[in-house]
Design a protein around this ligand. Structure first.
Ligand SMILES: [Zn+2]
Length: 298
């Protein structure tokens, strides 16, 4: 299985609750434990501005490139602005495009970044600047590589940007399973939203996920699935209020892959959030997702 990664994925956030060093640490763990070899790792190109503009407004793109966002706009992103940040999110979008192409070939591929599901066409929020998954879907559709896509969003926070971007698009089905009493407020409707109570554990989560996946896959037949595999449903997460164990999260990953395997649908993994008290836990959860994905790739 191929993995898309570059050291420039680091968002240059300094001391921040978002541990953007996790991208490099996850890659190093995967290589150290021989889940992937260096030869399986591909460097992305940054997405083109035209690719970005299929999702985002030119006005916003120009502000990002020129560094002319207002103070309020930067506050809303909740990450410090820098040219490295802009470079990283353009690369993350290019990485999701590349991982999409690889998944169509191999059944599964991983972008070791991305899942920036809180980005909107005209603004960034919740640590998300550019919606890499939406950019990738639009580009793959434009190339004729896919017609229909589905997002399966298992981050603890609802995929508000995804829901908004694809709200009137019959070619993209959006499914999000998340903690109800948590950011974002409000939550624009996905095609299917599952709102979980605070403290939901492995069994409650997995039962709800199974129902959600079955319903989504019965309603809609995508050519490709983008799995937004947030590590933040973990019980030790600082920004999440669910109670999944590390084993439960791996069972979650396996359920997503088994159900989509049964339908013969290729999958792209993106990482999204993860704010465990110990960064090693976040890294372990992301690495586990890649371990499961590899079992299902050719
Ligand atoms: Zn999250």
């Amino acid at each position: 299985m191929k993995l898309v990664y570059t050291d420039q994925y680091d968002l240059n956030l300094g001391d921040h609750v978002f541990p953007s060093v996790k991208y490099r640490l996850t890659k190093e763990e995967l290589v150290r434990e021989r889940v992937v070899s260096e030869g399986d790792i591909l460097e992305p190109e940054p997405a083109s501005d035209e690719d970005i503009a299929r999702v985002h407004h030119w006005n916003y793109i120009e502000k990002l490139k020129r560094g002319t966002l207002s103070y309020e706009e930067i506050l809303r992103m909740e990450v410090p602005y820098s040219s490295e940040l802009v470079r990283a999110v353009w690369l993350a979008a290019g990485g999701s495009i590349l991982a999409g192409r690889l998944a169509l070939k191999d059944g599964a591929a991983v972008n070791l970044s991305g899942g920036f599901h809180h980005a909107f066409p005209d603004h960034g929020e919740g640590f998300c600047v550019i919606h890499d998954v939406a950019v990738a879907i639009r580009r793959l559709q434009k190339d004729g590589a896919i017609r229909a896509a589905m997002t399966v969003d298992c981050d603890v926070h609802q995929g508000n940007g995804t829901a908004f971007i694809f709200r009137d698009d019959p070619t993209v089905f959006t499914f999000s399973i998340h903690q109800e009493r948590n950011y974002p407020y409000p939550k624009p409707h996905s095609n299917l939203d599952i709102n979980l109570e605070d403290g939901a554990d492995d069994e409650e989560y997995l039962a709800a996920l199974e129902e959600g996946l079955d319903e989504s896959l019965a309603q809609f037949k995508p050519d490709l699935i983008f799995y937004v595999a947030g590590a933040d449903p973990y019980r030790e997460d600082q920004l999440g209020g669910l109670s999944l164990s590390m084993e439960g999260l791996m069972r979650r990953d396996r359920m997503v892959f088994e159900k989509t395997q049964a339908k013969g649908i290729p999958r792209v993994v993106t990482l999204a959030g993860g704010y465990a008290r110990r960064v090693e836990d976040t890294v372990r959860i992301h690495a586990n997702t890649v371990r499961v994905a590899k079992e299902f790739a050719s």
